[in-house]
Design a protein around this ligand. Structure first.
Ligand SMILES: Cc1cc2nc3c(=O)[nH]c(=O)nc-3n(C[C@H](O)[C@H](O)[C@H](O)COP(=O)(O)OP(=O)(O)OC[C@H]3O[C@@H](n4cnc5c(N)ncnc54)[C@H](O)[C@@H]3O)c2cc1C
Length: 425
């Protein structure tokens, strides 16, 4: 092949990128392309992070002799237009799982067929390709533990290095705009640095990953979401190190929800479990108090304020806040999940809506009557109260674990509300 187009989506990296590597092997010239799709609305923080990822990707591609064309419009139309303009014979991209992504793939496959262009999708968004592991007779795994066993036993594809050199065609398209935002925090280079720095904490992961104040999880989720880091490479980097198992188990949850979304595209809106109780109260004021982090339950408000301040929340706090919304306030998981999705830097259809349904009791592998008691969770996972004091300034002067129940103080802080409720419904 003389020229091939590689359409990047959320595989924004040069290391272990099967679509890029295969195209560089198959074609003399490669056009790396990203298309901003106005049909895909993104929260401001995610948009900014994306710009950083693109700047970093462009710079890595340049260091290999290539570049990145960044355009705006319908990705299918733009990719085909670029392919025609540069005389490409084919288009390659990473396969993805959401309804939207699969629709885009199907449209691109059809457009390529009618333009006589070759079209291929490649793995790379997960460790194990969604749909490749199936229980006897089923389309996907509905329960995590058997999936985890199959995932561990599966033969994983080889990890690929970055291509050694990328040759552009003479008529490389001009970018719609310069993707010049700062790549200090976002992007593949930052992801790789963060991983290398964090590996020293892997050994302690099983003891510390639920400790809210310690903040010792990897914080790699936004990089995984945008594909700045290959989950397959991440699994390989940790695999033989002491303490890897509990971390790999968490990474496997990510693959698990991706294969669920692949098989159940309505995950975002419809209860996954047939017959699940899916009726909720309609109390806009309570929803607003939860969103604005003024429920009067310190551990819940601390989590929600971390989300507002950082666009990220610790996993244990996600569990507590989501359970409080659905099981204590009795409000619809969709409202909570949409709010998370709007604010999270790692906001991800499979992981966000899959986890929300798990907490709400409508999802996979879930116990409908399980609920997290916020006070018990607080004393277990924030025993010193440091996490609450870090995020709730009204309570910053309340010492020790008393911070979890300010209503029991002789003089409760006047600027912090009473709990909406402490009773599950
Ligand atoms: C209600 C709720 C909503 C969530 N929404 C999202 C979301 O939108 N995007 C997202 O990436 N994760 C989501 N999670 C999962 C989890 O909270 C985050 O992946 C994790 O907190 C990210 O921090 P970390 O990278 O430091 O995780 P680490 O503990 O370092 O874990 C490493 C990686 O494993 C994966 N992982 C860990 N836990 C889970 C899990 N429970 N489910 C799926 N993957 C997991 C993530 O990719 C994570 O980056 C949600 C969890 C809950 C309970």
């Amino acid at each position: 092949m003389n020229v091939a187009v590689v359409l990047f989506t959320r595989d924004l990296r040069v290391h272990d990128n099967p679509a890029l590597s295969a195209s560089v092997r198959a074609a003399e010239h490669v056009v790396p392309l990203f298309v901003h799709d106005p049909a895909l609305p993104a929260a401001d923080n995610r948009r900014q992070f994306l710009r950083g990822c693109l700047a970093d990707l462009a710079s890595s591609l340049r260091s290999l002799g290539g570049d990145l064309a960044v355009l705006r419009g319908d990705p299918v139309r733009e990719a085909v237009r670029v392919a025609r303009a540069v005389g490409a014979e084919g288009i390659a991209m990473a396969a993805d799982v959401s309804d939207y992504a699969r629709g885009r793939e199907a449209r691109l496959a059809a457009a390529c067929a009618s333009e006589r262009l070759a079209f291929r999708t490649f793995p790379g968004v997960t460790v194990v390709a969604p749909g490749s592991l199936r229980p006897g007779g089923g389309s996907h795994y509905k329960v995590f533990t058997p999936y985890y066993r199959a995932w561990q036993a599966a033969s994983w594809r080889d990890v690929l290095g970055a291509p050694r050199r990328i040759a552009l065609p003479g008529n490389m398209p001009k970018s719609w705009f310069e993707s010049g935002a700062s790549a200090e925090v976002a992007g593949e280079s930052a992801a790789r640095k963060r991983l290398t720095a964090w590996l020293s904490h892997l050994q302690g992961y099983s003891e510390t990953h639920d400790d809210l104040a310690a903040d010792r999880t990897s914080r790699l989720s936004p990089y995984l979401h945008f594909g700045c880091l290959s989950p397959r490479e991440l699994a390989a980097r940790v695999h033989d190190r002491p303490g890897a198992e509990p971390f790999l188990r968490q990474l496997c949850w990510r693959d698990f929800y991706h294969q669920v979304l692949f098989a159940f595209p309505e995950l975002r809106r419809r209860a996954y479990r047939p017959g699940a109780e899916d009726r909720w109260r309609d109390e806009p004021d309570a929803l607003e108090a939860w969103k604005s982090a003024h429920t009067g339950v310190p551990i819940v408000d601390a989590g929600m304020r971390q989300l507002l301040a950082e666009g990220w929340m610790h996993n244990r706090a996600r569990l507590i806040t989501a359970s409080y919304l659905t099981k204590h306030l009795g409000l619809d998981w969709r409202a909570g999940a949409d709010h998370f999705y709007d604010l999270l830097l790692d906001g991800d259809v499979a992981n966000n809506y899959g986890n929300w349904q798990w907490v709400a009791g409508t999802g996979n592998d879930t116990k409908p009557y399980r609920r997290f008691n916020p006070l018990r969770q607080a004393s277990r996972f924030d025993p010193s109260g440091d996490y609450v004091r870090r995020y709730v300034p009204e309570l910053a002067s309340v010492p020790g674990k008393a911070v979890h129940a300010p209503w029991t103080l002789r003089k409760p802080p006047s600027n912090y509300p009473e709990p909406l409720t402490l009773d599950a419904r």
